[in-house]
Design a protein around this ligand. Sequence first.
Ligand code: BG6
Length: 510
Amino acid sequence: MADANPFQDPLRFERRVPPCAIVIFGANGDLTKRKLLPALYRLAYERRIPQNFAMVGNSRTPMSDEDFRQKMKESVQKFIENSPFDESVWESFEQTLYYVAGDLKDTRCYQAIQKKLAEAEQQNQTGDNVLYYLSTQPSYYEIVIEQLGKHTMNRGKGWRRIVIEKPFGHDLASAHKLNQQTHEVFPEEDVYRIDHYLGKETVQNILAFRFGNGIFEPLWNRRYVNNVQITAAESIGVEGRGAYYQEAGALRDMIQNHLLQVMATVTMEPPTVFDATNVRDERAKLLRAIRVMKPEQVPLYAVAGQYGPAKIGGQQVPGFRQEEGVDPESQTDTYAAGTFFVDNWRWAGVPFYIRSGKRLPKRVTDIAIQFNAPPLAMFQQETRMGPRAPRPNLLVLRIQPEEGISLRFLSKSPGSGMRVRPVSMDFNYGSSFGERSPSAYETLLVDVMTGDPTLYTRQDMVEASWKVVQPILDVWQNQKFNFPNYDAGTWGPRESDEMLARQGHVWRTP
Ligand code: BG6
């Protein structure tokens, strides 16, 4: 049932953001500049955040409010996508930006933030609703949460909520510990663990596609689906994040969170009602149903890779070990792939292949659902090499960059013989809707300000997905890899193709 609260609306029609203030810890960081500020500005441009709004940025660098506003203006101008920069909107928006310099270990920092919040409340009437946004280095999460509790900043006349950026923990044990520490200060309903993939329009559309149509869901099971491939390829390297990435690696950085959430979205059961509890219950149930590998299965079902130097388009690209901040002997995975199974009635026996890597040939994220071949191969497919068994139906959900959906099926080739050829039916977001989609951060910021956690991860979901990757991490930890094992600009290590070949499958080229 829709909630009577006007600020909440599970289907997101009439949603109004209440007066509030956001405190961003890590306001001098990359995420704030590239994603958070452009998203907030865009919401201001569309008048989707109220007049009674304030944002207090914090980092260690000394700056006045004025300096901070100027810095943020430059970031917004640089990073805003598909949207104009409007000087007059900025002029009124920047009046809501404040800054507090301070060390997160120092209690004076929190006192200064409290003072600034009081000042912002006076000037901007933010209604004593406060959202804390943790965008610092993860090693500070625990300290900030504890300090917020010590300064009773977790309570007030209005609401208090906290957004915690990924990575949420470094492994299962640290994620569990962080959950416990967070709960000592904030109850679960006020904790918003962000996974920006869930906010992407195309990921939300998976639910619309599956549960808003009658024709696909009956096929969405082990009887008709042969295998599923989820690819998140990036052509960039580690882009100045060598030090972070060296500790994380591809499995932690992309698969543990984004791609397992995407997989859960593709495979979960339909919720009875589209609301936070029901949607998250189904996602969590699915994540718990993913089979956890035994250590001896890891070499068969998981592959690690690391890129080496290569020439791409005539340009020499360094290998991972040559990147700044990276150990020249690094054993970190810049490519990870896994075969996962869902142990429930719908999916028993269907392999889900997931891969993600840096410095692959292009940037593309998609989900390819391959259906079974028809029971009788009556026709042959024409190819340049001669006739062959026809390619099975394939449904591709294109998450980015060419957002859309396509369905491959066979069609008769013109001519007298009964030869078939694969053709495709395509839906493209751009040409069908012709309007700009909000960025994931715009959607998720409105959600948290209105108190809707549907697209945020819950404690049980985060821990369930760590459980899935933990055995792989443990085995890899004790293994000496012969890295680098793929050249920058290629589709990853040979072992990844071999992993699929063992099940009689091949990676498709997106
Ligand atoms: C982040 C990872 O969570 O997601 C990055 O830390 C990665 O390494 C990024 O590049 C990818 O996000 P998107 O939205 O560009 O696909």
